[in-house]
Design a protein around this ligand. Structure first.
Ligand code: ADP
Ligand code: MG
Ligand code: ZN
Length: 601
């Protein structure tokens, strides 16, 4: 059977990722399987593509209600008729989905496991022609796993009811015990287990000393303007503190932890998915409900509890396969903090195990072994290459010494193509996404935009060859993207070489007489980012002599007094003192000008 054609037509991909094709053929043969593949490996495609090729409907069981809508939106935008049924829908909406399905107009239905206990849903199923049952996050069925969901036990009855329908169970984490449990409970007796490598070749790993972590973090984030970043901290208090320090440096960061109101947590998550908040500073409560493909950087501000946690948390970076970076700030002192938490437990056996796991984290951080080899070794996989080229042990560019010496934290270069055009395409993507009330990645992934900015297709036929462009998306969005590409005039200094230091470009435009707003617009950055460039330039003693940034002297003096009065250089207290008539942007500019004045004297 030709699988290449539907792969391109619906998903816009040219090739399968490792394991996918074999698994899909196995499923199309009507056989059961258990798939163990790392996060970002591409598990969804293993049931989405067969769903399209089989006659009836594919049921996808997923524990994460928050993700269902995004996944269904993504499928619909690719031209796959899909829907979900869960508690966020009203009864009449559920009835609509069910009648669509019974009329044969749906190929995929996502359901939460608790649905199977609802009698009316059971009635609906008895009329439905089900061709495949996919159990996503299958480890949730096992009490031995880290994320047991009692409702997953309902799936046993589902299996009995659909004896002849193949079941595909998928998970990123499963110890031997959990694997056996999944197979037994879902009755996968005759099925096969597919295990792909746990290596994430597009992720790089660095461990940096925690001393002065804040300036290091800020420096690092400067290389990730307009990109999605997660910073993990071990306590709620630290998340709040770090987020505030970042906001004070003009970086749009929000804290996320279990202590926030549900509505606020939901909002932060939503803003992150919609690219409205770039940096989320979070406890590990953040992540399970996040399937964002374009997280480019995951920072551990504090050591993780276990290697397994570290692998999972960093695994949220770079699902789309583009380069992404993982940086862990390490100090031996963190061990005491973790020990303190461990020692709260009354169970000596549990304490012993937790300490052993923690000490493995210490070995990971302080040892001289390739980080990738260590991680894979932990999961029982041998890494054959001598030098992985993607960790701070194998690659000096990724070590902190190099970064500090160069006073820059240059990023691993996230794509080719004209960066100005890329930003225009990104803006179009955001507009289209907002109009449709979906996350931007539902329209196109970053890799597609990079290829568009690089190859600059002129016709729809050219555009069809681009990664991620399937038939339906070409139809819906092709003309809009071509129009932006056509209208784009490459500016000679923006093409070819990516700038090494983004601040110098800001400086150049400043010297030409542009103000902050104009520079932001010209460069497709936020004014906050441009302000940070100015601050960095001032800090480095490299601030040009410009007159057009002045603030009216009276206002400046008043702001100056307010800074003195609050005895800090933070913006929030000054703003509180002066009131809304003074914007954060103005206060920030004033803080800079005042600092320059002092230095001039
Ligand atoms: P998982 O569920 O294993 O964590 P996903 O199914 O969410 O991974 O896929 C991760 C990302 O990889 C998604 O952005 C998806 O579109 C992309 N992807 C999947 N298969 C392919 C492929 N064959 N070629 C390119 N990208 C793919
Ligand atoms: Mg998945
Ligand atoms: Zn390495």
């Amino acid at each position: 059977m030709n699988l290449q054609a539907p792969l391109k037509e619906y998903f816009g991909y040219e090739e399968f990722r490792p394991g996918q094709e074999e698994i899909i053929r196995h499923v199309l043969d009507g056989k059961d399987a258990l798939v163990i593949m790392p996060t970002g490996g591409g598990k969804s495609l293993c049931f989405q593509l067969p769903a399209l090729m089989l006659d009836g409907v594919t049921l996808v069981v997923s524990p994460l209600i928050s993700l269902m809508k995004d996944q269904v939106d993504a499928l619909n935008s690719a031209g796959v008729p899909a829907a979900f049924i869960n508690s966020t829908l009203r009864p009449n909406q559920i009835a609509d989905v069910q009648s669509e399905a019974l009329a044969g107009r749906l190929k995929i239905i996502y359901v939460a496991p608790e649905r199977f206990a609802v009698p009316s849903f059971a009635d609906f199923l008895s009329e439905l022609s089900v061709s495949l049952i996919a159990v996503d996050e299958a480890h949730c069925i096992s009490e031995w796993g880290h994320d047991f969901r009692p409702n997953y036990r309902n799936l046993q009855s589902l299996r009995q009811r659909f004896k002849d329908v193949p079941v595909l169970a998928l998970t990123a984490t499963a110890t031997d015990q959990v694997r056996r449990d999944i197979a037994e409970q879902l009755g996968l007796g005759g099925g096969r287990i597919f295990i792909t490598s746990f290596d994430r070749p597009n992720l790089s790993y660095s461990v940096w000393p925690k001393k002065k972590s804040l300036p290091k973090l800020i420096g690092l984030l400067r290389g990730y303007e307009n990109e999605s970043v997660i910073v993990y901290c071990s306590s709620r208090k630290t998340t709040e503190k770090v987020a505030e320090s970042l906001r004070d440096r003009g970086i749009a960061a929000k804290a996320y932890h279990a202590g926030l109101e549900t509505a606020e947590r939901h909002q932060v998550q939503e803003q992150f998915i919609r690219d409205e908040v770039q940096v989320v500073v979070a406890t590990i409560a953040f992540g399970m409900g996040i399937d964002k493909p374009d997280v480019r950087l995951v920072v551990h501000h504090d050591s993780p509890k276990t290697i397994e946690n570290y692998y999972q948390e960093t695994g949220r970076a770079g699902r789309d396969g583009l380069p992404a970076r993982c940086v862990l700030f390490y100090t031996y002192g963190d061990r005491h903090k973790q020990l303190f938490i461990i020692n709260q437990s009354d169970d000596p056996e549990e304490r012993r195990k937790a300490v052993a796991k923690l000490d493995l984290v210490i070995r990971f951080c302080s040892g001289g072994t390739c980080r990738r080899r260590f991680l894979l070794g932990y999961f029982g996989e041998r890494y054959a290459k001598g030098n992985c080229g993607g960790c701070d042990i194998c690659e000096p560019d990724l070590s902190v010494t190099q970064a500090v010496e160069e006073k820059t934290f240059r990023r691993v270069p996230a794509g080719k193509g004209d960066p100005v055009l890329f930003n225009k395409l990104r803006q179009l993507r955001k507009d289209l996404a907002d109009e449709r009330d979906v996350p931007a990645f539902v329209i196109f992934g970053d890799r597609t935009l990079h290829e568009l900015a690089d190859r600059q297709p002129k016709t729809l036929a050219d555009m069809a060859d681009i990664f991620g462009v399937g038939a339906k998306k070409l139809d819906d969005f092709g003309a809009a993207f071509l129009a932006v590409i056509q209208a784009h005039e490459p500016s000679p200094d923006s093409v070819k070489k990516p700038r090494l230091d983004t601040r110098l470009e800001t400086k150049r435009l400043l010297e030409q007489g542009l103000d902050v707003g104009q520079i932001a617009e010209r460069r497709g950055l936020t004014t906050g980012s441009v302000m940070s460039h100015l601050e960095d330039l001032a800090e480095g003693g490299d601030f040009p002599d410009v007159a057009h940034l002045q603030i009216e002297p009276k206002r400046l003096a008043k702001i100056g007094r307010a800074f003195k009065q609050t005895e800090t250089d933070r913006l929030a207290p000054v703003r509180e003192l002066l009131g809304e008539e003074y914007s954060y942007d103005e206060l920030r500019m004033a803080r800079l000008l005042l600092k320059l004045q002092v230095e001039a004297i």
